[in-house]
Design a protein around this ligand. Sequence first.
Ligand code: AQP
Length: 337
Amino acid sequence: METMSETRKPVILSGIQPSGILTVGHLAGALNNWVKLQETFHCYYMIANMHAITVKQSPAELRQRTLETAALFLAVGIDPERSLLFIQSQVPEHSQLAWVLSSMTGFGELSRMTQFKDKSEKHPENINAGLFTYPILMASDILLYQADAVPVGEDQKQHLELTRNLAQRFNYYYSDTFKIPEPYIPNVGSRIMSLQEPTKKMSKSDENQNSLIFLNDSNEVIINKIKRSVTDSEAEVKFDETNKPGISNLMTLYHLATNATFDEIEKEFSGKGYGDFKLAVGHAVAEWLSPVREKYNTIIKDKKRLQSILIYGAEEAHKVAFRTLDKVYKKVGFIRF
Ligand code: AQP
């Protein structure tokens, strides 16, 4: 296996919270890119279970989802021989660095984070301090590994900016310690919307299961969910995200599953009803996802292999994270005997 010292590839870090089963949105918006990034980067792929508990989770489910998420990473093509796959809570340096960084982060800075405002509105019964300081933990995730780049979607840009500010601040006060990470904006990647409310992102924690296509849904379930998806009252298959968000979302899915361009899709279904179109999308998506599901079913059964990949990942990640944290502790004046 490749170790940090043997590689000169730039470092990239990304993570997904095990707050539900991963959806086709994660494949389209993140995982497909992660697989490609393995060619040019030394990749750290993290199951962000510490981030996940900022929203209430059932402990048994969280454990289960953590393993499922790891199995899905492998099923889509994350290669444990090339990339480090690990569970965030198994590398204690994440929370240790977060504490140091939290002492350098302004209350005002955190108050400006729009994701905190959004999540507080979504979970008004549980506006906890973890939700507020989440971006500091995210900064630690990134800075511990001296990441050169972080793939970021629109919703994470502000957090990465804070990460860069904290790294620069630390380097200024205590001398050069952290690499300043750059945003990596992937040139491909699509945002998949909810099947029931197509103006909202498809989110794994959505309570309405009909809104979601899980990566381990059976073909029949996928076809049925797409059949029941919300569209509009016209009968024209046309890409128009503003006026036809449901149809546009199905077109995106069809494009991802078959590679057909939007023009080709519009031609193929011109004069046909939404029923025909939905059926075609359902079958195409089912065909696209079934190899992932089959691999996933094999991987999740072999708990021993899964565990050993995760243990290896955590041990290797810890070696790198420890080096960074050790420097930080020394620089801030924590005594070491
Ligand atoms: N629907 C989506 N379309 C495209 N990309 C998506 N991502 C998630 N949903 C879609 C991408 O997945 C990565 C991280 O996901 P995450 O689970 O850590 O956080 P999230 O974005 O908050 O995902 P969810 O499903 O909405 O989680 P919950 O419901 O728990 O809040 C990111 O790269 C994201 O863009």
